[in-house]
Design a protein around this ligand. Structure first.
Ligand code: ATP
Length: 428
């Protein structure tokens, strides 16, 4: 994990939030490579689950919502983790995440306070008066945005069941013990789907969505994922069935994604608390409240799983090569262009031409610092699948070398053929 995080920092993926002030626990900033990777993930996800489907409606709801939303959803009452304090060193822990019989993970003492319920929602105030009437929460999940917009979607699009509403956005949780880098933070992004079905269809739909989630992971290159049926006694207050998809992180097997059958819990509660009619009218005049399947995906945990899946340290004859084997569709940089030398104007000019052309279509980087070997290493570390070098032969015959990240093989390709060459590779 330390190796991955130091690579992530060195190469501009992930930085500690507010770093120059000593950081702020549970917050992370994303550098040029990290934000590119995040945007790619979010774009691919949106494309697969919204744009390419005819039964999905994308939305973007506000982070601040009427506090009644969180009363109806049950978050005000039950969105809590059990908090215990070590009586000796005063460190705080989630009672369900430590083995108290082994003592305090910080000082080893065996004396803890009783566990008490700690609500994870961040509170703030809307407007200039800070009284209980102005109190609002930073949303702890994006899901409620879909439920409160259910009627808007029905009224404007008249969708037929089954259909889904989805969004990507920030969520905030005042985690007791954030940690393992971006795995558990206090501010993160979710990609969530609420898929509305007839009650009788929930099991079939659950299975379909679970396999769609696996198709997604395969497409972006996440390996080592395992389904875990959440036991009845551990289910969230709204769920009748939940499968967590766990991933083998360097710190152990933990949740990556989840899928839950939320029944009609949310819509029913919003009907009760808001008075709005959140029912669905069947063609035959039958009116009912749909049930819902919720596949949920954390963006940061996706990024971490991608980094872990892609990371390799290869022992070469003379040294070690660090590579991120990202799938080309996911890599923040698709092609890097190098002039063999940086002091020959005719080579530089040719290279600039290639760079400008490729940049129109592909995520293209330029590197003319140090020797070509060093540049390969830098690109390997950010997972760039192909490096193009413009050399003396290019001046003679308009061909360049294309070096493959995984095989380290080089081949000569005509400059004019480069776009088609990469297009073909990206299809694979
Ligand atoms: P955990 O048991 O790890 O606290 P959870 O079961 O509370 O997670 P959900 O409420 O199901 O998580 O949230 C949906 C998704 O949001 C998770 O599958 C995960 O990908 C992501 N997620 C949840 N909490 C965090 C967090 N603190 N930091 C980063 N991602 C998170």
């Amino acid at each position: 994990m330390d190796k991955i995080m130091s690579l992530a920092k060195r190469r501009g993926f992930i930085f500690q939030g507010s770093d120059i002030y000593g950081g702020l626990t549970g917050t992370w900033d994303f550098g040029p490579m990290g934000v590119e990777l995040k945007n790619i993930v979010k774009r691919l996800w949106w494309d697969m689950f919204i744009t390419r489907r005819s039964d999905m409606y994308g939305i973007e709801s506000a982070i601040l919502m009427n506090p009644k939303v969180w009363e109806a959803s049950g978050h005000v009452q039950t969105f809590t983790d059990p908090l215990i304090d070590c009586k000796k060193c005063k460190s705080r822990f989630r009672a369900d995440k430590i083995d108290a019989s082994k003592g305090c993970p910080n000082c080893g003492a065996h004396e803890f306070t009783e566990a008490r319920a700690f609500n994870l929602m961040f509170k703030t105030h809307a407007g200039p008066v800070e009284d209980s009437g102005s109190q609002v929460y930073l949303r702890p999940e994006t899901a409620q945005g879909m439920f409160v917009n259910f009627k808007n979607i029905i009224d404007s699009f008249h969708p037929k069941l089954p259909f889904g509403i989805a969004q990507i956005g920030k969520a905030f949780r005042n985690e007791i013990t954030p940690g393992n880098s971006i795995f558990r933070s206090r501010e993160f992004e979710q990609m969530e789907i609420e898929y509305f079905v007839r009650e009788n269809d929930w099991e079939k739909s659950f299975e379909n969505w679970l396999s769609e989630m696996h198709r997604w992971m395969k497409m972006i290159g996440i390996t080592n994922a395992h389904d875990r049926e959440v036991p009845k006694e551990d289910l969230a207050h709204y769920s009748k069935r939940t499968v967590d998809i766990d991933f083998d992180y360097p710190f152990g097997r933990e949740e990556l994604y989840g899928i839950a059958y939320r029944t009609d819990f949310d819509l029913k509660n919003h009907i009760e608390k808001s008075g709005a009619d959140l029912s669905y009218l069947e063609d035959d005049g039958n009116r009912f409240v749909p049930h819902v399947i919720e596949p949920t995906f954390g963006v940061e945990r996706t990024i971490l799983a991608l980094l872990v899946s892609a990371f390799e340290e290869q022992q070469l004859e003379k040294d070690t090569r660090t590579v991120l084997h990202f799938k080309p569709q996911v890599a923040p940089v698709t092609v890097a262009v190098f002039p063999l030398v940086s002091n020959k104007e005719n080579i530089l000019e040719k290279a600039r031409g290639v760079y400008t052309e490729l940049k129109k279509e592909f995520r293209t980087a330029w590197d003319d610092i140090g020797n070509v070997g060093k540049r390969y290493r830098r690109q390997d570390e950010i997972g760039t699948p192909w490096c193009v070098t413009i050399d003396y032969d290019t001046l003679e015959n308009d061909t360049v070398t294309v070096r493959d990240r995984d095989t380290m093989q080089q081949e000569r390709v005509a400059i004019g053929d480069l776009p088609a060459f990469f297009r073909e590779k990206l299809k694979a």
